[in-house]
Design a protein around this ligand. Structure first.
Ligand SMILES: *Cc1c(COP(=O)(O)O)cnc(C)c1O
Length: 334
C-alpha cells in the first residue's frame, strides 16, 4: 500500500513492539501462545491507538489551514485525550464535546482522562446527553468558532473515518512486516471494536498486503450484526481511499458481542479479571472500557477451546490505561 499521497504527521517513533506473553499463556492453560502488539506504547500523552489515526487526521486539518480542532467522545474518552495532546503539540486549539452516555457520569473534577483534558489545555468542554447527534453538536461549535474568526476542523468520534482508519491500515502492514522478520506465523488477530476505525483499518491493511491472517473484533457497546455492518462500511470506504484492489468480503468482518455486559463503559466481572490477570502475569495495564473487555473475550474464547491447540494468537493492545484511575473502586471491590 502507498500512504505517501496523503497528508501525514510524524507521530510514531517506529513500529510498536510485538511481544510473547509466556506467563499469561501458561496461566490460561498453555493451549495457545498469546502475543501482544503494544499500541498502548504509542507516543502521545498516555499512549493508545488514536495516535495512529491522528497522524492522518491532524495532518489533514493542517493541510486545510485549520487553527482549531473539535472532536467528541465519552466522558473518559482516550480519543479526546489524545486529540487534546496532539493539538497542544501542534499549537492548535482543542474543543471537546463529551457525550454523557451514562446519565450523571460527567464530573468536572473526575480523575483519569478527564483530569488530563485540563492539563492538556483543552479550550472548551461541552457536555451533551447520551444519544445526542454528536456531528450536529460539533457543527454548532464549529459555527460559533468560525464566527469568532477561527478556522475549525472537525474530527469525528474516535477519528473513525477513512482518513483516521488509514492509520490502522498502516498498522496492519507494519505488523505483517514484523511477523515476517520474526518468522512468526500468527493464526488469528484480536482487536477491540468500538468506533470501528481500528478494526476496519486492520482488516483493510491485512487484505491490502495479502497477509491472510483473520482479524476478529470484540465489541464494547453494540450488538454483533450492527457493529459488523459499521465496520464493513468503513472498511469499504477506507479500501477505496487506499485503492486496495483485493476484495473486502462481508465475511472478513467478524465481531463478538458477548463481552459488552450491561453497556458501554460499564464494568463486568470478566473485564476486572482480565485487567488483573494481565497486570499480575505480564505487568501490562489494560483499560476498563476497551482493551479490558476485549481481553476478557479473548480469555473466554481460549478457555472454551475456540482456537486449535498450539495456535498463535495476537492481541492488539489499543491502550487506555489512564482511564483505570477513574475506576479504582471497581477494582478494589472486585
Ligand atoms: C478508541 C479505543 C478503542 C477502540 O478503537 P476504535 O477505533 O474506536 O474501534 C480501543 N481501545 C482504546 C483504549 C480506545 O481508546
Amino acid at each position: 500500500m502507498n500512504f505517501t499521497k496523503f497528508p501525514r504527521r510524524n507521530y510514531l517513533q517506529g513500529p510498536t513492539p510485538i511481544e510473547f506473553l509466556p506467563s499469561l499463556s501458561k496461566a490460561l492453560g498453555g493451549a495457545v501462545n498469546l502475543y501482544i502488539k503494544r499500541d498502548d506504547l504509542l507516543p502521545g500523552s498516555g499512549g493508545g491507538n488514536k495516535t495512529r489515526k491522528l497522524e492522518f487526521c491532524i495532518a489533514d486539518a493542517l493541510d486545510q489551514g485549520a487553527d482549531a480542532i473539535i472532536t467528541c467522545g465519552a466522558v473518559q474518552s482516550n480519543h479526546a485525550r489524545l486529540t487534546a495532546a496532539w493539538s497542544a503539540k501542534e499549537g492548535l486549539d482543542c474543543h471537546l464535546i463529551l457525550e454523557e452516555r451514562v446519565k450523571g457520569s460527567y464530573k468536572a473534577e473526575a480523575s483519569g482522562n478527564n483530569f488530563l483534558f485540563e492539563l492538556l489545555d483543552v479550550k472548551s468542554i461541552g457536555v451533551v446527553p447520551g444519544g445526542s447527534d454528536m456531528m450536529a453538536e460539533m457543527g454548532k461549535k464549529a459555527d460559533a468558532l468560525a464566527k469568532a474568526g477561527k478556522k475549525p476542523y472537525i474530527i469525528p468520534g474516535g477519528a473513525s473515518n477513512p482518513i483516521g482508519a488509514t492509520g490502522y491500515a498502516v498498522c496492519a502492514e507494519e505488523t505483517m512486516a514484523q511477523l515476517n522478520a520474526m518468522r512468526l506465523a500468527i493464526d488469528h488477530i484480536f482487536v477491540p471494536s468500538g468506533s470501528a476505525g481500528t478494526h476496519a483499518g486492520m482488516v483493510v491493511g491485512m487484505i491490502g498486503v495479502n497477509g491472510g491472517i483473520p482479524i476478529s473484533g470484540v465489541n464494547v457497546s453494540r450488538p454483533k450484526d450492527v457493529q459488523e455492518e459499521i465496520v464493513y462500511k468503513l472498511a469499504l470506504e477506507t479500501a477505496a481511499r487506499l485503492e486496495v484492489k483485493n476484495t473486502i468480503a462481508r465475511e472478513d468482518i467478524v465481531c463478538f458481542d458477548q463481552y459488552v455486559g450491561p453497556g458501554y463503559s460499564l464494568p463486568t466481572d470478566s473485564m476486572v479479571e482480565a485487567v488483573k490477570l494481565f497486570a499480575k502475569t505480564e505487568a501490562i495495564l489494560l483499560d476498563p472500557v476497551y482493551s479490558g473487555k476485549a481481553a476478557a473475550g479473548l480469555i473466554d474464547l481460549i478457555r472454551k477451546n475456540h482456537f486449535p491447540k498450539g495456535a498463535n494468537v495476537l492481541f492488539l493492545h489499543t491502550g487506555g490505561s489512564p482511564a483505570l484511575y477513574a475506576y479504582m473502586d471497581t477494582f478494589r471491590q472486585g
